[in-house]
Structures are given as structure tokens and as C-alpha cells.
Design a protein around this ligand. Structure first.
Ligand SMILES: [Zn+2]
Length: 164
């Protein structure tokens, strides 16, 4: 695995972080709207028997009991409570703003996760860190509003032609 998969952005590199294992960092400036990586790997359902810790912490949730791993670097992108990326449709990690060289690429895992059993202590160190993350239903309303369409399509309320 490395930055060689077709769907991975060529402007990033994998590096060790101080507290959070490996992470993905910008080598050169990345522009708002660029796709960084895509969860394009095998899918899993809610039968956790074959799950490894590695899978548990790196797959993305895309339905009530549906998760997907990546073949490329998507699974290595760390969480932040003040991220520079979000999720488009279900599987694409996309820059929400320009990302400068050297900056770590991050997204907010609560943009996709809705699982009452999963919690993660956050060490993102940002001023607006929520300390424990794990379930979209806990995400403050103001933050949902800020993320808008960068929240996974499966969690966003569907627009309906008629009410009710
Ligand atoms: Zn945090």
C-alpha cells in the first residue's frame, strides 16, 4: 500500500505522527474540492466476528450496518475535530478548503459513523476538540451546519418533494 493507487491524490505523502500512528500529509498545495483518496476496498456488514482491530479503526461506515475499507491511503487519513477534508457522497475524501504543504490531511469521523458501540478518544489537539468522538448523533448542530454536504450522504436527511 502507498501513494500509488489510482484513486489517491499524488500531492500527499504518508508520514508517522507523534500520537496517532501514520497520517497523510500534503506535499504541495492541495486545492479545495480536490479528491484526496477514495474508500474503494472490500465491504463488510455488521457481523463483527471476522473483524480485526485494524479494520475496526480504519474502515468507513456507509450504511446502517455497512462498512468499507480502502486499497489505497484513504484508511490512513486521521480524524480531526477541525478537519480540512470531508466526505462526498459515501466514499470520497475531498478537501473542504485549500491545504498547505506540510499540513496533515484530516476528516471528521463523525461525518460517517453512526454506531452506538464505537467511541474514540480524540487527540487532535485543535481548539474545538470534542475529546470523545464516535457517533454522528452526538455531533453538535452548529458543526453539522458547517460541514453541510461534506457529511456522508447516508447520514444527511433526504430532501423530499412532499413533506411527511
Ligand atoms: Zn478532536
Amino acid at each position: 500500500m502507498g501513494v500509488s493507487e489510482k484513486l489517491d491524490n499524488k500531492k500527499v505523502v504518508i508520514k508517522k505522527t507523534k500520537k496517532r500512528g501514520r497520517g497523510v500529509f500534503a506535499k504541495t498545495r492541495i486545492l479545495k474540492g480536490e479528491v484526496i483518496a477514495v474508500f474503494d476496498g472490500p465491504t463488510y456488514d455488521g457481523d463483527f466476528e471476522d473483524w480485526t482491530d485494524d479494520l475496526y479503526y480504519h474502515a468507513i461506515q456507509y450504511g446502517r450496518e455497512k462498512w468499507r475499507d480502502s486499497k489505497g491511503i484513504a484508511r490512513l487519513i486521521n480524524h480531526s475535530c477541525d478537519p480540512n477534508c470531508g466526505i462526498r457522497s459515501l466514499f470520497k475524501v475531498v478537501a473542504m478548503r485549500d491545504i498547505m504543504p506540510g499540513e496533515e490531511v484530516t476528516w471528521d469521523y463523525e461525518m460517517t459513523e453512526k454506531n452506538p458501540y464505537w467511541r474514540m478518544k480524540c487527540h487532535c489537539g485543535t481548539e474545538i476538540c470534542r475529546k470523545v468522538i464516535g457517533d454522528y448523533s452526538r455531533m453538535p448542530r452548529s458543526i453539522r451546519k458547517k460541514y453541510g454536504n461534506y457529511i456522508s450522504a447516508w447520514l444527511r436527511p433526504r430532501r423530499r418533494a412532499s413533506s411527511k
